[in-house]
Ligand binder design. Sequence first.
Ligand SMILES: Nc1ncnc2c1ncn2[C@@H]1O[C@H](COP(=O)(O)OP(=O)(O)OP(=O)(O)O)[C@@H](O)[C@H]1O
Length: 209
Amino acid sequence: MLIDVELNKVTKSFGKDRGIYDINIEVERNTKTLLLGPNGAGKTTILYLIYGILRPDSGYIKILGREPNIEMRKNDVYMLEELLIFIERATVREFIDFVKSLRYFNDQLFDLIDTFNINTNLKVYQLSSGLRRLLKISLALSSGAKVLLLDEPTSNLDIDNSKKVFSLIQQYDGTVIFASHDPEAINAAESIVHIRNGKLEYTEKRNKN
Ligand SMILES: Nc1ncnc2c1ncn2[C@@H]1O[C@H](COP(=O)(O)OP(=O)(O)OP(=O)(O)O)[C@@H](O)[C@H]1O
């Protein structure tokens, strides 16, 4: 059994009763793991720790056998985050050409953009919040990353698009860790990590369907 992501007794505190405490998670290669829990439970904190934006106070994290580092973020690990800056005045096509000059994205990108009916001739500022999200998701799913980290991938999406996104997550050729409140998310997950008040309550294994 190959473990792609390991959190071992990880604590990250932001003050009293804020943060995550003594978290142990093992994510097997190519599995889809859902982080599930109410607002403020600690899901985003866990994703940021795995990605290496935050560092733990104690315990350790291993991703693809090493500590989170800059090198892996260039190729092997991709996080769908709000930080991706859209260039509002560019067309979608120009924006994609620019992003492709910064990092590798595979040919699936344009198929996904088609699937989600994103018109690449539109200016980025003309995209609705849902279409922006779908553009980010298209980039994530075509990143070729061995490990994908997705924080609330379907926020702002309608039911049809949410279903499409979860189905694509399920089919992704790699390891995916995603946080979501969306009930549809459960169907895409083989493993559900229940988080509450910064603590891991239990991990549930589901059959691949
Ligand atoms: N930079 C920070 N400074 C202070 N407190 C923080 C910081 N980041 C997170 N927290 C606190 O840590 C706890 C976990 O937050 P986190 O955002 O990880 O939860 P979440 O499960 O992702 O919630 P949501 O579903 O609302 O996104 C919360 O109590 C939050 O207020």
